[in-house]
Design a protein around this ligand. Structure first.
Ligand SMILES: [Cu+2]
Length: 148
């Protein structure tokens, strides 16, 4: 009696194929695990905004303009960590604050400003640009953050 085994080329190919399949299944499983981690509460909700401008001319020829947050209203969940990425398109600079959230910053033309906050308490919070706060100063440049 001999304990020798003969492995054919076909069996080797099947073994290699089996190993590749196992590695593939493991990779897909790990990929799904990574997605779960990325979607957890550790990661902030990222919201992109831009600063744009409306401009017009009256019948009498008076030009006027208003700077705007776009989108003008955003909604987040209570308890969420939030990251706003605000790109300045129109206007040289905008010094802003979010009332009631102790968030302040400045957006400059062509630059992205990133601010983070925790949406701790339900409510409607205004994001106000101090340079363009009313009609007399190319405003009101006011946006709304709904925490629900
Ligand atoms: Cu402004």
């Amino acid at each position: 009696m001999s304990n020798m085994y003969v492995i054919t080329k076909k069996q080797l190919r099947m073994l290699a194929l089996g190993l590749i399949l196992i590695v593939l299944i493991y990779s897909v499983w790990m990929w799904n695990q990574a997605d779960t981690v990325a979607g957890s509460q550790e990661q902030p909700r990222i919201i992109h905004m831009v600063i744009g401008e409306f401009s017009s001319t009256t019948k009498s020829g008076t030009e006027f303009e208003v700077y705007r947050w776009d989108p003008g209203t955003i909604a987040v969940k209570e308890g969420e960590a939030v990251e706003l990425r605000i790109l300045g398109v129109n206007g040289d600079h905008h010094t802003f604050e979010i009332e009631g959230l102790d968030v302040k910053g400045e957006v400059k033309k062509g630059k992205e400003t990133v601010v983070r906050f925790l949406a701790e308490k339900e409510g409607i919070y205004r994001i106000i640009c101090h340079n363009h706060s009313d009609i007399a100063h190319q405003g009101p440049m006011i946006g709304y953050i709904i925490i629900d």
